[in-house]
Design a protein around this ligand. Structure first.
Ligand code: GDP
Ligand code: MG
Length: 163
């Protein structure tokens, strides 16, 4: 069985762009409309000798109680349950939100191997600009640019190093 990596995070942080980058496909729906990917979406990926499955998810609303948001939260929980490792994506430019804190709390409680990716980090300098993300209590921050492909290989390496 191939290991499974799940991408989670609030809408619009760049999960689908990262999915496309990792799978080298244009399959996932990328858009400026928040929360467009409402279902889980599976792709095959290979990096070096490791072959794995990537799951893209819709936005995560852990407290959602109805409608589409509840469905997205359910899909995300299922993706996380299926995953061997979780990549939690936040927006390096947008900064932390209450939703990020909710997701982090959920992932910490679950205790599944998780790596934290600060996306949209192109042109940003490491260090001080990312320090707020340590508040999430998920350890190291991996700056990436899904759009430009920066940091993505090492993110995947780090993710599988946790297994
Ligand atoms: P999702 O809702 O988390 O799946 O986010 P999408 O992948 O659909 O991306 C949301 C928006 O962020 C789109 O306009 C993307 O073009 C943009 N985006 C994604 N990755 C990056 C990145 O690395 N840098 C920048 N500047 N924008 C990005
Ligand atoms: Mg998406």
């Amino acid at each position: 069985m191939k290991p499974v990596l799940a991408l989670v995070g609030r809408p619009n942080v760049g999960k689908s762009t990262l999915f496309n980058r990792i799978t080298k496909s244009r399959d996932a729906i990328v858009a400026d409309f928040a929360g467009l990917t409402r279902d889980r979406h599976y792709g095959n990926a290979k990096q070096g000798r490791i072959e794995f499955i990537v799951i893209d998810t819709g936005g995560f609303e852990p407290t959602a109680e109805s409608g589409i948001y509840m469905e997205m939260a359910k899909q995300t929980r299922q993706a996380v349950a299926e995953a061997d490792v979780v990549v939690f994506v936040v927006d390096a430019r947008g900064g932390l939100s209450a939703q990020d804190h909710d997701i982090a709390k959920y992932l910490r409680k679950l205790g599944k191997p998780t790596v934290l990716a600060a996306n949209k980090a192109e042109g940003m300098t490491e260090g001080i600009q990312f320090s707020e993300f340590y508040e999430l209590g998920l350890g190291e921050i991996h700056p990436v640019s899904a759009a430009h492909g920066q940091g993505v290989r090492s993110l995947v390496e780090e993710a599988f190093a946790t297994l």
